[in-house]
Write a protein that binds this ligand. Structure first.
Ligand code: GDP
Ligand code: MG
Length: 457
């Protein structure tokens, strides 16, 4: 047993809930940074990952419990997008996770995406803890920065406590209506049967120590099996990014196993499988999110769970949202290539290539899936004839241009969260192909409708 405990990997925790409940802000609060204000429309568009080392968790929780046993090396937290057309991205995020934080706004109770997230978690049998966030918004709340929640509650007037209790009871009732038993975590005697609620404020930090400690202790107590470090590699590409001095890199989440400098890998590419060798393994400094640029630490080996930036040659067309494979010494390269392309091919099969429609370009396989789903929904219904991942290049314009003779308005590239190269823009102008860019999915819809109106006039 001793050996097992010493060999635990970091749990991966996914943070879910309705838009604006404070998911990103909660992470910001634990990290002590401000990603939330830098996001497009304040909505998280890509999955971001942050590693919290055990020392940091110990520091943040010592006021709550000075001698807490933390057996895991840390906690890897993945923030997922909140907009309703992001089910796909969310389902990818929750797929990677061992456990989750479900964030509920104490002033709003359960909202549509809370329920959607809840169902996703139940479907995957993922354990979760409810963060009942924004307690500082209770009328008359007295701030005690970063305090354990019971200590913070002791500072409150009877009116605040009454309002808190009323709202808490109402949330517990709403969960009950969803067939779920929940209870304030320090009153919960049967974790596992009854889900725990931790009141928090992402602004002033009350309850954050409780949330962190509960997550770590719950994980290391009940998930020893899952968290026992295994050699079998499980690794997902989150983002493909050009970084100055490194060329095109991929950000991955290593769920299990280890990666080494010099490993031969295969990843899914939009132009076919990419076989390459890991040049370097980089991690951001702990507590910095992978989305935030900055200096990196170099590693010879990285063990799960971690988020890592990989530099290697030939990653230009790598597809985010797909799995990464390491080719073992006895492994057949051709087999590995086939496996690598499976995710992509399943998405490609979903569009009707013979039909008429716009050309859709997105940053990751996950966001492309989300966008395709959105365009298909009943009140949108924009047909799609072609898709691409990554920056918009000349070849994408050529493909979109094929619609010029059939249906001019479909000679349009809907570019979601991607850059457009200067050459592509120039070619589009010359050919009469329209490029519509947006960082938020439903803005693309608005732009396209605006464009249709312009054409008609
Ligand atoms: P997300 O969509 O769930 O990621 O939500 P954000 O983290 O972007 O937060 C949405 C808004 O709620 C922002 O304006 C935050 O500043 C605010 N917010 C988040 N957490 C809290 C909190 O605990 N208290 C208060 N008063 N505001 C919060
Ligand atoms: Mg967010």
């Amino acid at each position: 047993i001793k050996e097992k405990q010493e060999n635990l990997r970091s749990p991966i925790c996914c943070i879910m809930g309705h838009v604006d409940t404070g998911k990103t802000k909660l992470l910001d609060c634990i990290r002590g940074t401000n990603v939330q204000e830098g996001e497009a429309g304040g909505i998280t568009q890509q999955i971001g990952a942050t590693y919290f080392p055990a020392e940091n968790i110990r520091e943040r929780t010592k006021e709550l419990k000075a001698d807490a046993k933390i057996k895991v090396p840390g906690l890897l937290v993945i923030d997922t997008p909140g907009h309703e057309s992001f089910t796909n991205l969310r389902s990818r995020g929750s797929n990677l996770c061992d456990l989750a934080i479900l964030v509920v706004d104490i002033m709003h109770g359960l909202e549509p995406q809370t329920i959607e997230s809840l169902n996703l978690l139940r479907m995957r049998n993922t354990e979760f803890i409810v963060a009942l966030n924004k307690v500082d918004r209770l009328y008359g709340w007295k701030t005690s920065k970063n305090a354990p929640i019971r200590k913070a509650m002791k500072q409150q007037s009877i009116d605040v406590i009454n309002e808190f209790n009323t709202r808490l009871t109402s949330v517990i009732t709403q969960f009950k209506e969803q067939g779920l038993n929940t209870e304030l975590y320090y009153k919960n005697r049967e974790m596992g049967e009854t889900f725990s609620i931790v009141p928090t404020s992402a602004i002033s930090g009350e309850g954050i120590p409780d949330l962190l400690l509960l997550l770590v202790q719950w994980a290391q107590k009940t998930m020893v099996e899952t968290l026992t470090y295994a050699d079998k590699l499980q690794c997902t590409v989150l983002e493909v990014k050009v970084i100055e001095g490194h060329g095109t890199t991929i950000d991955v989440v290593l769920v299990n196993g280890a990666l080494h400098e010099g490993d031969q890998i295969v990843v899914c590419g939009s132009k076919g499988p990419i076989v390459t060798t890991i040049r370097s393994l980089l991690t951001p400094h702990p507590l910095k999110e992978l989305r935030v640029e900055g200096k990196y630490l170099h590693h010879i080996e990285v063990k799960a769970a971690q988020c890592i930036k990989i530099t290697a040659q030939g990653l230009e067309h790598a597809v985010a949202g797909t799995s990464l494979h390491v080719i073992g010494p006895d492994e057949d390269v051709e087999e590995a290539k086939k496996t690598a392309m499976e995710d992509m091919e399943s998405v490609m099969r979903r569009i009707d290539k013979s039909g008429e429609g716009v050309y859709v370009q997105a940053s990751t396989l996950g966001s492309l899936e989300a966008l395709l789903e959105f365009l298909k929904s009943p009140d949108v219904e924009i047909p799609v004839s072609g898709i691409g991942i990554g920056p918009v290049h000349k070849k994408d314009i050529m493909k979109a241009g094929a619609m010029l003779e059939r249906k001019k308005e479909y000679a349009t590239v809907l570019a979601f969260d991607v850059k457009v190269t200067a050459e592509a823009r120039e070619l589009a102008d010359r050919m009469g192909v329209k490029i519509l860019c947006a960082d938020i999915i439903y803005h693309l819809f608005d732009r396209f409708n605006g464009y249709l109106k312009d054409i008609k006039e």
